[in-house]
Design a protein around this ligand. Structure first.
Ligand SMILES: Nc1ncnc2c1ncn2[C@@H]1O[C@H](COP(=O)(O)OP(=O)(O)OP(=O)(O)O)[C@@H](O)[C@H]1O
Length: 380
């Protein structure tokens, strides 16, 4: 176990700053997730911690010890890459036992080894595959075995790079729950990298959203979901993505061009007449209430017509014409209106995120919700 600190870590490849002045403090036993799109610098960050790349600036400390000049072998980190490194001629059981036999993380009796392997393989659902060779496994099983090799041995830090990426959606969801349980049990500081927001929100004690080598926001999942710092973070969380609708402040209200909709500007929002904003509304929070349905106080109603209704499992995704920008709404499939129906979409004011429109849309900063500015004490 140990803390992990990165101070001003920078790694450049040619003209590209893969990691740009990155500072993170990860607590002992914390499960920290880096979420970001392809090329954001996630893997390079893990490699910097593992000592697998030479960093240009900054430093990494593990368990309060500066790792500058310390070889990867001596850092006591266990890393799982997206590509799985397994011994092809060894069985699953032998692959899992090999990290325990190296002696560098302690000596394990046969019984200890068996117990550790048992716990990990049961958690990962691969305990029926112990006698198979890697070539006799599916990609998902191979990936779980590779993850098992990492989790089986104690380390100060686990570094996990998209370890569930080759699993199908169902298995991935169940593995998330099991990994969480395993993390809780082992209490090992973990730095976990993913581009899957559900994984990030469900696994992370804290999540850091990475963009172009920098962390844009670091927060607990619930805080980040409620208060994404900018449009980039807001778009990174949620599938389908948050609806983003341009609006202008006129006479104390946000007016959405092309519609009759006007959302009152709540007190305390730092916004001036004529300013352009983006109103963000998550599809799951755009509630279809039927035409002329009851919206209730504290919400805004947008009348529209269902252009497309696409059933996706238990949910249906609706594309709703409003006269202005279309809105995407997700509803339980059995409640979904037919294509062509007139509907009202009700959105709670507190679920309407207000971003000051920036030249690059992703840079637009959140200033609060349509219900008001964020209260400081609500932040944590
Ligand atoms: N060995 C390398 N040589 C040159 N450029 C590299 C190298 N490794 C990474 N890069 C570049 O650095 C940037 C960050 O890469 P990195 O692999 O860390 O991103 P990532 O967030 O892990 O992406 P992905 O999710 O696709 O794995 C990218 O622009 C990538 O092309």
């Amino acid at each position: 176990m140990g803390t992990l600190e990165l101070r001003g870590v920078t790694k450049t490849y040619g003209a590209k700053k893969a990691v740009d002045d990155l500072t993170i403090d990860i607590g002992n036993g914390e499960f920290f997730v880096i979420l970001g799109p392809s090329g954001a610098g996630k893997t390079t960050t893990l490699k910097a911690v593992a000592g697998l790349v030479d960093i240009d600036a900054g430093d990494v400390s593990i368990a309060d010890t500066d790792m500058t000049g310390v070889e990867p072998y001596h850092r006591n980190v266990a890393m799982a890459f997206e590509s799985y490194a397994l011994y092809p001629q060894k069985t699953v059981a032998e692959n899992l036992a090999s990290p325990l036999k190296s002696g560098r993380t302690g000596n394990y009796s046969e019984a200890d080894q068996k117990e550790r392997i048992d716990t990990v393989t049961k958690t990962l659902g691969i305990n029926h595959l112990l006698n198979r060779l890697p070539k006799e496994l599916s990609n998902g099983q191979r990936q779980r075995t590779a993850l098992g090799r990492v989790l089986v041995r104690p380390a100060d830090i686990y570094l996990l790079d998209e370890p569930l990426s080759h699993l199908d959606a169902k298995l991935r969801a169940s593995m998330r729950a099991e990994l969480k349980a395993l993390g809780g049990l082992s209490n090992t500081t973990t730095l976990y990298v993913t581009h899957d927001y559900q994984e990030a929100l469900s696994l992370g004690d804290r999540v850091g959203v990475m963009r172009d080598g920098r962390l844009v926001q670091v927060d607990a999942p619930a805080v980040m979901w409620r208060r994404p710092k900018d449009v980039f973070v807001a778009r990174a969380l949620g599938q389908p993505e948050m609806n983003l609708v341009e609006a202008v402040v006129e006479n104390g209200a946000f007016r959405i061009p092309g519609t009759e909709v006007s959302v009152p500007v709540a007190q305390g929002l730092d916004i001036a007449q004529g300013e352009r904003v983006l109103l963000g509304m998550r599809p799951g929070e755009c509630k279809v209430v039927g035409a002329n349905g009851e919206a209730g106080s504290g919400s805004v109603v947008v009348p529209g017509k269902v252009l497309l209704a696409e059933r996706l499992g238990r949910q249906t995704e609706l594309d709703i014409e409003t006269g202005g920008p279309n809105l995407i709404s997700t509803v339980a499939a059995h409640l979904a209106p037919d294509e062509g129906s007139a509907v009202d979409v009700a959105i709670d004011l507190s679920n309407i995120h207000v971003f000051k429109a920036a030249e690059n849309r992703d840079d637009s900063l959140r200033i609060g919700s349509a219900a008001g500015a964020d209260m400081r004490e609500e932040k944590r």
